[in-house]
Design a protein around this ligand. Structure first.
Ligand code: ZN
Length: 234
C-alpha cells in the first residue's frame, strides 16, 4: 500500500519540480520585476498628476493674493503723495511696511511651489523616458515565459496522466491524508523513518509508544511536523 502512495508522491514531486523551475525561470523573475516597475510608474504618474493639480490651485491663489497686495501698495503710495495729514501719511507708511512683509512671505511660498513643480516635472520625465523600454522588456519576458511554459506542457500532461492513473489504485483514505498534509504546505507528506525512531521529515525523535505502532499499520504520524512516517523495508 505504501509503495503506491510513494510512487504517487514521486510523480507529484516531478510535477512540483517543473512548476518550481518555471516559477524560478529568469524570464519569469525579470517579468515580475518589470511588471512591478510598471505598476510603480503608473501609481507615481497618478500621484504626480494629483499633486500638480493641487500645486496649480495653490499657485493661482497665491498669485492672485500677491497681485491684490501689490495693487493695494500702489493705492497707499498714491494716497501718501496727495495727503497733507502727517498722521495719515505715517499710518499709510506703516500699512505699506506690513504689506511688504506679507509680500515677502507670499513670494517665498510661490518659490517653494515652483521648486516642487520643477521636481515633479523632472521625476515625470525620468519615468516617461524609462516606461516604454520597461514595457517592451516586460512583454518580451512574458512571451519568453509563455514559450518556456509551452515547452513543458507535454511532459506535464504525461505526468498528470500517470498521477491520475496511480490515484485510482490508491486507498481513498491514504490519498485524503496525503492531500490534507500537502494542502497545509507540507511537502513531501510521506517520509521514511530514520534509524529506529527519527522522523525523516523534521528529524525529531518520535516517542517509542508511537513508533511501536509502525509495524501494525505500516506507518505512523509525526506529531511534530504532522507528516506520515513509514517504515522502509530492510
Ligand atoms: Zn516530523
Amino acid at each position: 500500500m505504501i509503495e503506491k502512495v510513494l510512487t504517487y508522491q514521486e510523480t507529484d514531486g516531478k510535477i512540483r519540480q517543473i512548476e518550481k523551475q518555471l516559477n524560478d525561470s529568469e524570464s519569469k523573475k525579470r517579468g515580475r520585476q518589470f511588471s512591478a516597475y510598471l505598476r510603480d510608474a503608473e501609481a507615481a504618474f497618478k500621484k504626480m498628476e494629483q499633486r500638480s493639480k493641487e500645486l496649480n490651485i495653490m499657485l493661482n491663489g497665491l498669485t492672485q493674493s500677491f497681485d491684490e497686495k501689490v495693487k493695494l501698495v500702489g493705492e497707499y503710495e498714491k494716497n501718501i503723495d496727495t495727503s497733507r495729514d502727517l498722521e495719515e501719511i505715517n499710518y499709510l507708511r506703516k500699512k505699506i511696511d506690513d504689506l511688504a512683509k506679507v509680500l515677502i512671505s507670499v513670494d517665498k511660498d510661490v518659490k517653494s511651489i515652483l521648486q516642487e513643480i520643477e521636481e515633479i516635472s523632472k521625476q515625470y520625465d525620468s519615468y516617461r523616458d524609462k516606461y516604454p523600454m520597461a514595457r517592451k522588456q516586460y512583454l518580451e519576458c512574458k512571451e519568453n515565459f509563455e514559450k518556456e511554459k509551452e515547452a513543458r506542457v507535454p511532459e506535464l500532461n504525461e505526468l498528470q496522466k500517470s498521477l491520475k492513473k496511480i490515484e485510482k489504485t490508491l486507498d481513498p483514505e491514504i490519498l485524503d491524508t496525503y492531500q490534507k498534509i500537502k494542502g497545509q504546505g507540507i511537502y513531501p507528506p510521506f517520509v521514511p523513518l530514520v534509524g529506529s525512531n527519527q522522523c525523516g521529515g523534521c528529524q525529531m525523535e518520535i516517542p517509542s509508544g508511537i513508533v511501536a505502532n509502525i509495524d501494525q499499520k505500516g506507518y505512523i504520524k509525526c506529531d511534530n511536523c504532522r507528516r506520515i512516517v513509514y517504515k522502509t523495508k530492510v
